[in-house]
Design a protein around this ligand. Sequence first.
Ligand code: FAD
Length: 284
Amino acid sequence: MKIVDLLKSEKICISCELFPPKQGTELQNALEIVNKIADVHPAYMSVTYGAGGSTVGHTAAVARAVQANGIPALAHLTCVQSDADRIMSVLQELQRGGIENILALRGDLPQGSEVGEFSHASDLAAFIKRQGDFCVGGAAYPEGHPEAGALDKDIENTKYKIDAGVDFLVTQMIFDNNVLYNYMFRLLSAGINVPVVPGIMPVTNAKQITRICQLSDTKLPPQFRAIVEKFADKPEALKQAGIAYATGQIIDLLANGFTNVHIYTMNKPEIIGGIMYNLSEITK
Ligand code: FAD
């Protein structure tokens, strides 16, 4: 099933992300997580691709396990420091596993390294589209990508992805829905009207969320920061508050016309389980 068709349907579509272990490490735990998350019926599951291809075979294996549960998988793929032959072999492996949805990403360039054959995600998206009947997604940054300098410049660059054939966009995590509403207005003004899936990260660990936000240049609104500070030393309370905050964000998005939301689960089935439980009447 092509994910863009799910996203364009009227149905509420709550999806989630998981990350596989590094190549050469045990896969069993990740496969058990897939099965547990499958029990709460996300619309699709995306599987990340480790920096520099460090999870390559495991991304494909976890994506296959997702599909074995009857749930469409979205395999992430990065192109930085890669080349056409390597990308081609990953695409063939995905195709053999029946995976037709790919999130085309550039990836982060390690300091001091050279860009490979593909400079940007748009180059990778165009390449994938030439290789077969894939549904291709791209990343979007409601607060602007850190390297772009200005949000309008980043939106101009996002247009290259759409021109390359990207069918839908998934956003970097947002904690303030108003940031997203403002971004949507700018995307539409720039002529970008593919489905945009807001990314929601339920906070479960104070240190982790601070580090992730610093790395991705994501701002934390005061009401969210207050929760993190208040419950930083009470992990179970923080988890409960994180699930409640994420649920509130999702309900606001749904009330304002969004039908698609992507949850960054950090491989914790109880997090997406809690959110799905909170939304059980709303998603019916
Ligand atoms: P690009 O679209 O290439 O953008 C990178 C920068 O270049 C931006 O500043 C952009 O404005 C600019 N730019 C883009 N196109 C052009 C152009 N044609 N000309 C000039 N400038 C241009 N990383 C991983 O390693 N593995 C993952 O699985 C992964 N999953 C992710 C999922 C989501 C939803 C998101 C939001 C990010 C994910 N990332 C992942 C992180 C991502 O790899 C980094 O954010 C990376 O720095 C940029 O990737 P991109 O695909 O947006 O790159």
